[in-house]
Design a protein around this ligand. Structure first.
Ligand SMILES: [Zn+2]
Length: 504
């Protein structure tokens, strides 16, 4: 009787590959079969599509209907193809002209009433539809999100009937509109009193994109400091913001279309599973490290995290991506986050405090710190102590700290130096670039060698020291790395030194 082809989009990781919905109607006993490796949810689509077509006052053909979702090797879950299948059946049965579907893509689930429902991952679908030169139709609930994609015409419709009426009569459907963006309201660094050393480390971390570990007793302000990192980072570029938004869009937790321009700050609790942290599941979804892409991942109580969760963190810390293999499916999610970790100095939290209230012995402290593996510690460039402040410093009569805006000026200047030199942040310099850009005077080379020897540092740590020294020199606006820059950078490997002493 008829054949129709309708375009739609799948959701695979952060990609939205094209799916062709082919509908064939032939004589024979009335039946609807969907082929192309459909999962349970797609089979349920049969019932929804039938009800929606009937509710929209169309006729559901009493023929043999075959729906093929191509290519067959793509996962096809959820109800995102409902609308495309329904339109295909209407076109193949002559109730809608096939020309009306030309140049369109459809992504949306159908309610039994024919209402179009929002699905996840439409931002990636909108970007991909634009690249292929087609218009996209989504549910009104997806409009704000899909409208973030540029160079694509996104329309919304409330019901199947509305879509058919508009397509047939060549009437226009409402264009999807982005929501006005909220200004970033990151907490300000001026709230942090004292803590000169930790503030300095935070500034270096922001300037060069380095990972940071804060070590201090409870209540010393570690969380306060970490939550202020986003406020001193440069604004994300359009491309960066779009990448982060695309991840949130496929996470199944929804994307806040008013905050997509802000760098994410994620602070999962230490009881979170490895899957929640790095992503996974039968239908792989991004984890916290990907939701923190181009932003900050704050891991408080680092030694309390499961060993497994911390080990799976190592690879993305280096590569900026995480790959998840699950049965036949392989997914990659971007995960270029900046890590800020925090921990107490000992199990009770008060080691080194002048009050002398810590009763932990050396062995307890050693075991506590050993929960963080050497290879993970190695990947954190800056280890800094955050001591408890004397009570007077915490009162509001103490001088407020420097504002985030002032610190950010210096961070931006240091980033500009790095951009001009190597087109990337110092933390992302590769081996060859580190050697080229982080040259030392012979005297300083000897100093570094002695430090590496004394602290028994690995080659990886050595390169990280060089890159941090490079950032410190950039913050000072100086071309060549000088002795004070290097000694400061070496000073930030505190915890590795602590391990050696404790192990000895
Ligand atoms: Zn203690």
């Amino acid at each position: 009787m008829g054949l129709a082809i309708v375009h739609s989009r799948a959701r695979v990781g952060v990609r939205a590959p094209e799916v062709r919905v082919e509908v064939h109607i032939a004589g024979g006993l009335p039946a609807l079969s969907i082929v192309g490796l459909p999962e349970a949810a797609v089979r349920e689509a049969k019932d929804r599509v039938r009800a929606a077509i009937q509710c929209a006052q169309f006729e559901f053909p009493a023929r043999r209907i075959t729906v093929n979702l191509a290519p067959a090797d793509l996962p096809k879950d959820g109800g995102r193809y409902d609308l495309a299948i329904a339109l295909g059946i209407l076109a193949a049965s002559g109730q809608l002209t096939t020309e009306a579907l030309d140049g369109w893509e459809f992504v949306g689930e159908l309610a039994l009433t024919g209402e179009i429902r929002a699905v996840d991952g439409v931002l990636a679908a909108a970007v991909a539809a634009g690249r292929d030169g087609r218009r996209l139709l989504v549910a009104p609930g997806n409009g704000h999100e899909a409208a973030l994609a540029t160079g694509v015409d996104v329309r919304t419709a409330r019901t199947l009937l509305e879509v058919c009426a508009a397509l047939d009569a060549k009437k226009t459907l409402p264009q999807a509109q982005p929501l006005p963006c909220q200004q970033m309201q990151a907490p300000d660094l001026s709230d942090v009193r004292g803590q000169a050393q930790a503030r300095r480390a935070l500034e270096i971390a922001a300037a060069g994109g380095h990972h940071l570990l804060l070590v201090g007793p409870p209540g010393s302000g570690k969380t306060l400091l970490a939550s202020r990192l986003c406020g001193i980072l440069p604004e994300p570029t359009d491309a960066e913001a779009l990448e982060t938004a695309t991840i949130a869009s496929v996470s199944g937790r929804g994307l806040d279309a008013t905050k997509w321009r802000q760098r994410p700050f994620r602070s999962p609790h230490h009881t979170a599973s490895a899957v929640a942290l790095v992503g996974g599941g039968a239908d792989p979804r991004p984890g916290e490290i990907s939701l923190a892409h181009h932003g900050v991942l704050f891991l408080d109580e680092l030694p309390e995290w499961s060993r497994h969760a911390l080990e799976v963190l190592r690879e993305p810390l280096e590569s900026g991506t995480v790959s998840i293999a699950r049965a036949a499916r392989q997914c990659e999610f971007p995960a270029r986050f900046q890590l800020v970790a925090a921990m107490n100095p000992c199990p009770c939290g008060w080691a080194g405090d002048p009050s002398g209230r810590c009763m932990c012995n050396d062995e307890m402290i050693r075991r506590y710190r050993a929960r963080i593996s050497g290879p993970l510690l190695e990947r954190i460039d800056l280890h800094v102590e955050v001591p408890r402040l004397p009570p007077g410093m915490l009162r509001t009569d103490g001088a407020p700290g420097e504002s985030s805006a002032a610190v950010r000026e210096r961070v931006l200047a240091a980033r500009a130096c790095q951009q001009a030199r190597g087109q990337r942040m110092n933390a992302r310099l590769d081996h060859a670039m580190t050697n080229a850009f982080c040259r030392l005077a012979p005297r300083d080379t000897a100093l570094l060698e002695r430090a590496v020897d004394a602290l028994q540092l690995s080659a990886r740590s050595l390169h990280r020291i060089l890159r941090v020294a490079r950032t410190i020199a950039d913050l000072a606006g100086i071309d060549a790395i000088e002795t004070p820059h290097l000694t400061e950078a070496i000073g930030y490997r505190k915890l590795e030194r602590g391990r050696e002493r404790a192990a000895a």
